[in-house]
Design a protein around this ligand. Sequence first.
Ligand code: LCS
Length: 398
Amino acid sequence: MTIPKHVNSKRKATKAIHGGKLLCADFGQVSVPIFQSSTFAFPTAEDGAARFAGEQAGYIYTRLGNPTVNALEQSIADQESGYKGLATGSGMAAITTVYAAFLEAGAHIVSTDCVYGPSRGALETIFARFGVESSFVDTSDLQNIEQAIRPNTKLVFIETPANPTMKITDIAGAAAIAQKHGIPLAVDNTFASPYLQRPIEKGADIVVHSLTKYINGHSDIVGGMIITKNAELYRKIKPVLNHLGGTMDPHQAWLVLRGVQTLSLRMEKSQENAAKLAEFLRHHPKVTWVNYPGFTDHPQYKIAKCQMDGFGAMIAIGVVNGLEGGKTVMNNVQVFTLAVSLGGVESLIEHPASMTHASVPRKHREEAGLYDELVRISVGCEDYEDLRDDLDQALNKI
Ligand code: LCS
């Protein structure tokens, strides 16, 4: 048996490749195995009781813990500079588990107004039935967070960059406000990934991810992750996840472990393509506006530059003829795929008002800056020239 090496680098690409592997290196294997077992044998009845009592380390049942899933949890927690991770069956399972851990009847949450549609919908349609109150504000202006906090506020939840408006919230500023009031701050870091942004380093308490996006990167699984800053928060959330049951299965975890190893390469290529494409689109006669945090005149450019290691690969645009023009573009692309989701190696295009954010009433969408004319682009890893020429020909059909 080979003695596994413990790779203990603080650098991002190395962490993405080696994180979590040591946990399962029993035979010197280089890839983490898939422990496809729902349950784990106890050596004796006493051992079983001791494991349930938390007095003995060891696996019990995959909903409560699994070696492959744990390896992924360790990997993402390391990359996020967090304490530990809790893998979930989807990004929404991560988000609703965090809601359920902190919000009870009569509690209140302050959230970014332009969060991913279902992150808002879950609060307004499900948690509201259990007596949870929510305020959705433009968190890119920190004063709005301060003003929205009430005596019964139990969680501040921000998404930055926000889907799909590309608004940026100052994480350190939001953390300072939340901390002053003794409220945990949770950050949806899906759009940036830990390669570009690590909210816990800026003072956040909890990070959530849709792993479906950049972290997995290949549009072949749905998954989520919760990462906590410390053991106390982990212990508060873990039983909620185990009871509600939105956990991840080992095969899903293995695919994400495979995908995340190339996170640095994919992020670098996609954001390089996105920067060029944003510039190209900005000067295109059929494009009326471009939201991209890498533009020096983006309203929160300075915050993005300060808290992110790069501007990411998501772009929101408006085109001439509004929604009709946008439909023409979406119906004529050939290299881009007309599909929701984002963060995969392939470039995607979609219409948030009628697709990803259709569950948010128009009034709320427009208050949050999500207009009918907005078309969202997820820039992938293809050759830039092909992406540029494809959008150019589709735009010229308007
Ligand atoms: N958070 C953000 C920022 C997201 O964009 C999504 C999904 C989720 C959470 C939920 O993750 P899931 O449960 O889907 O893994 N966003 C999607 C989107 O923009 N298009 O399709 C899904």
